[in-house]
Design a protein around this ligand. Structure first.
Ligand SMILES: CC(C)(COP(=O)(O)OP(=O)(O)OC[C@H]1O[C@@H](n2cnc3c(N)ncnc32)[C@H](O)[C@@H]1OP(=O)(O)O)[C@@H](O)C(=O)NCCC(=O)NCCS
Length: 372
């Protein structure tokens, strides 16, 4: 038995949800470019969970259900208030609160199709409220209730800022949510599937997935891209900074990918949005700096920018706090996690691979008084 480090190239499951073939990403066969340009996030949620695009009435029903389920129990808000949020990372809070949401859900442990669909809606809806509430409580403000007549992206921004967002911001948020919704067997999705393959519940699967997304090699990269851009500060510093980081063998956040070789098809949409939004807000330096870094890394290391690279300057120019970037990723990706959890339940088998043992050969036990 020989281990494959990082399971590179290992096909661990069959799936009908999303595919990456020849550097092209599709959700249920629909090209990401078409979805990014034309669809709402709610439409994508429906697609991922039902493996078909919704009719108008199906879409309206889902939109209504999502808004109806956005409220979170007061106990959850009290729980958030009980911490010194200035020293808590919102991904840690989100991970813990999603677990707590399971305690409030009478159907949490009912692993059955209809109950799973109801929990899917609750989780998808409430995670956006939790992230927005965290941000507001941390600023000493009260959480804001969702508005019935707003879509998912608009409601999220409304709950975050306490006022309705501009159309261009809603469009950018919607597009970002569509682009981050699913991505084949990425690390957090695999985590969710491994968890529920024991027939554990959806809240456990999503909690585990949030833990995996939090890391800097996965979803945590977008926050670190902005940290890097802030450290670089000015366009002229970009290349010297990157050369220095590479000389120190540091990873450049937002660059490289396990699967894509030529380029991440999601990055170009975020790049375009970054150009527009940074121009609109007079902060073009973040975009210009990012382009310089992207071009340099591509030429020097042959590595493409991934989804996290330009999402950083997009969110930054929308005035979003940097440590909320990864929680926003989670608010989108939970749609994909849920789709994969449902698929796993539908055709389940325990996921239990083997390890190549490289420790010592069998040894004789030595009693404690005879150990050196
Ligand atoms: C995404 C990522 C984890 C994929 O990792 P992976 O497939 O295991 O690739 P490896 O880490 O083994 O990298 C392979 C080589 O490329 C280099 N490399 C990969 N990503 C790099 C980066 N972002 N910056 C600098 N070098 C990088 C590695 O140093 C390694 O070089 P070596 O063979 O000379 O040692 C990796 O590219 C990375 O860490 N990127 C930065 C974090 C990030 O943006 N994550 C979000 C992913 S969507």
């Amino acid at each position: 038995m020989t281990a494959t480090k990082g399971l590179e190239g290992v096909i661990a499951t069959q799936s009908s949800i999303s595919s990456i073939i020849d550097d092209q990403l599709t959700y249920v066969g629909y090209r990401i470019d078409d979805l990014a340009e034309n669809s709402s996030f709610e439409e994508v949620i429906y697609l991922l969970w039902n493996l078909k695009l919704p009719t108008e009435s199906q879409l309206n029903e889902l939109k209504e259900d999502l808004v109806k389920n956005m409220d979170v129990p007061e106990g959850v808000i009290d729980h958030l208030r009980s911490y010194d949020l200035s020293s808590v990372h919102p991904m840690a809070a989100l991970r813990s609160v999603v677990s707590i949401l399971g305690l409030y859900d009478e159907e949490a442990d009912v692993v059955e199709k209809d109950a799973n669909m109801r929990k899917a809606i609750r989780l998808q809806a409430k995670m956006s409220t939790v992230v927005a509430a965290f941000a507001r409580i941390r600023q000493g403000k009260d959480p804001v209730k969702p508005k019935k007549d707003l879509g998912f992206a608009a409601n999220f921004l409304y709950m975050l800022n306490g006022e309705e967002a501009e159309d261009i911001e809603i469009e950018a948020m919607n597009k970002a949510l569509v682009l981050h919704a699913d991505h084949e067997l990425n690390a957090s999705t695999f985590t969710a599937r491994v968890c529920v393959a024991t027939l554990s519940d959806m809240y456990s699967g999503v909690t585990a997935a949030i833990g995996a997304l939090k890391g800097p090699l996965h979803g945590g990269a977008n926050e670190r891209v902005m940290k890097m851009l802030t450290e670089i500060g000015e366009e002229d510093n970009a290349i010297p900074y990157i050369k220095d980081a590479l000389a120190k063998k540091e990873k450049i956040m937002g660059m490289g990918h396990r699967v894509y070789r030529k380029g991440d098809p999601r990055a170009k949409h975020l790049k375009k949005m970054s150009k527009e939004l940074t121009k609109l807000t007079g902060q073009e330096k973040w975009y210009n700096m990012s382009v310089k870094i992207e071009d340099y890394i591509k030429k020097d290391k042959g590595l493409p920018a991934n989804v996290d690279f330009y999402s950083a300057s997009v969110y930054h120019s929308m005035g979003i706090e940097h440590d909320l970037f990864t929680p926003i990723f989670a608010v989108s990706r939970v749609s994909g996690w849920i789709a994969h959890i449902l698929e796993q339940y539908d055709n389940n088998r325990l996921i239990r691979p083997r390890a190549e043992y490289i420790g010592p050969n069998t040894q004789e036990y030595v009693s404690i008084e005879n150990r050196k």
